[in-house]
Write a protein that binds this ligand. Structure first.
Ligand SMILES: [Zn+2]
Length: 483
């Protein structure tokens, strides 16, 4: 073709989907504001001036270039102490609209911005309304014009390529698992999105805050038909965090593999993870059956709920985070300490560590379950690395290591792919369980893991000894292990 192709249809579609996602948060939202979910960790925010903004190294390519086929790229990988460049094999090429595509990633969308106007209520709660979502200055699909080139670590190109590489590595791990559910949807990457909150205080002073130091996955419906699209958001790093740790989260292989784990569970549950509507199965919105007072992240959360009240969505949120951690861990071939040196995550979220940052033993006793289910107050914590048990990521902290160890003991001398089979068997079981939301609790969701392990190896007596000791707050799962 001699003339410039018509406007970038696929990117426009992606933008329109993302706009929808942002716009769906038009109602009032308590903290945290609308965002793609779930994430790798608790929400982390920073003043906008603290943003570590990465610029395009090759702006002319991004503006008007043509992606080329590549067989090798340079990524930047964190090894627990530092980040170093690493040349890796990678098949990428130009998509129909000149964007850079690979096996499971159909392009990356540059310049996504979502604005919220926020006020602080008398009780200190942040109330944010989405103002507008936009892509600046216009929809831009990421392009890579230099074959097998190396970009500087401090560039938007390296952020995008490194994230894409680890996402694809997770996809390859998934595709190699025997009996996997086929047809996992392709996704886009959204590198360096800005979720900007503009605060106005009572005295008229204003300030801005942005979401930082995180990654998230959303599976979102495409407009007009039943097709869905996955979107991986890779948030910017804050200057403060970078100064303290020297690492960007996307340089940690575990992080994008964790997000891909959410993609896998979503695929199995056939669940659309929108920002404001979390659905388990078709036409079953758990929000509609949840007690309104059951709110986490809120100092006003009502405790002392009537006993027997279940909150299946929160239970599933905790298991979703745990599943994602286990998927990331096995996709990394059970390498020890995959989060070493990473602020907030480190040993606490490391499925190979039996203790948290402060040395407390992982696991879920009845006191921790009571906190998560809103029946008692969260633990006090003065840092992000120690669980308070009021957040779904704390369930991953508590259950990741006992579950990883349980699966490993039940599959001795077998490779990561077999452990992947166990996870997928668990996901299949969960699909059946969540069809009846009233049956869903942390306990019953973990029972399904026990069943999945036994499907692979019925003789789990010794593996159960340790696992049961770690989950004393989950009586049904303990009982399932004994049988
Ligand atoms: Zn997550």
């Amino acid at each position: 073709m001699l003339h410039r192709p018509l406007p970038v249809l696929k990117s426009v579609l992606a933008v329109s989907i993302l706009m929808q996602l942002a716009a769906s948060g038009c109602r009032d939202l308590e903290n945290p504001p609308q965002k793609a979910s779930p994430e790798i960790q608790r929400q982390d925010t920073s003043p906008s001036a603290d943003l570590r903004w990465l610029a395009k190294e090759d702006p002319s390519c991004q503006a008007d270039g043509l992606s080329v086929a590549v067989s090798e790229i340079t990524v930047y990988e964190w090894d627990g102490r530092q980040t170093a460049p690493k040349k890796v094999s990678f098949k990428g090429s130009a998509g129909p609209d000149r964007e850079f595509v690979s096996q499971n990633i159909t392009g990356s969308l540059i310049g996504f911005v979502s604005d919220y106007n926020c006020t602080i209520s008398a009780t200190g709660a942040e109330i944010c309304k989405v103002d507008k979502a936009k892509v600046q200055p216009e929809p831009t699909a990421f392009r890579m014009c230099r074959a097998n080139a190396t970009y500087a670590r401090e560039s938007l190109e390296s952020l995008t390529l490194t994230s894409q590489y680890y996402t694809e590595s997770a996809y390859s791990f998934y595709e190699a698992i025997a009996g996997r559910k086929s047809g996992i949807i392709k996704s886009i990457l959204v590198p360096q999105p800005i979720f900007m909150r503009h605060f106005t205080k009572a005295d008229g002073t204003t300030s801005d805050r942005v979401d930082v130091n995180n990654a998230s996955f959303a599976s979102i419906p495409a407009d007009g038909d039943q097709a869905k699209m996955g979107a991986f958001f890779i948030f910017p790093t804050s200057q403060k965090s970078f100064a303290a740790s020297g690492v960007n989260l996307w340089e940690v292989p575990f992080v994008m593999r964790h997000e891909f784990g959410h993609h896998v569970l979503s695929h199995y549950l056939d669940k659309t993870l929108g920002a404001t509507s979390l659905r388990l199965a078709k036409d079953v919105s758990l929000e509609s059956i949840m007690p309104v007072s059951y709110r986490k992240h809120s100092s006003e959360a009502a405790f002392g709920l009537a006993s027997g009240v279940t909150a299946p969505q929160f239970a599933l949120d905790g298991i979703n985070e745990t599943f994602a951690d286990l998927f990331a861990y096995f996709a990394g071939n059970s390498a020890k300490a995959p989060l070493a040196g990473v602020r907030c995550l480190d040993v606490s979220r490391d499925p190979s560590s039996a203790v948290t940052a402060r040395g407390s033993k992982k696991g879920l006793d009845s006191a921790r379950v009571a906190i998560y289910e809103g029946r008692s107050a969260p633990l006090k914590s003065d840092g992000c690395s120690e669980p308070q048990f009021d957040d779904e990521h704390d369930i991953a902290t508590a259950l990741g290591q006992p579950m990883a160890s349980f699966i490993e003991q039940a599959t001795p001398n077998l490779d990561a792919s077999v452990r992947g089979e166990v996870l997928l068997a668990w996901a299949s079981n969960l699909k059946i369980l969540v069809a009846t939301p009233s049956n869903v609790s942390l306990d019953t969701l973990v029972v399904e893991l026990v069943k999945a392990v036994k499907q692979k190896n019925p003789n789990v007596t010794s593996a159960c000894v340790h696992f049961k000791a770690a989950i004393t707050g989950l009586p049904k799962a303990s009982a399932a292990c004994a049988n």
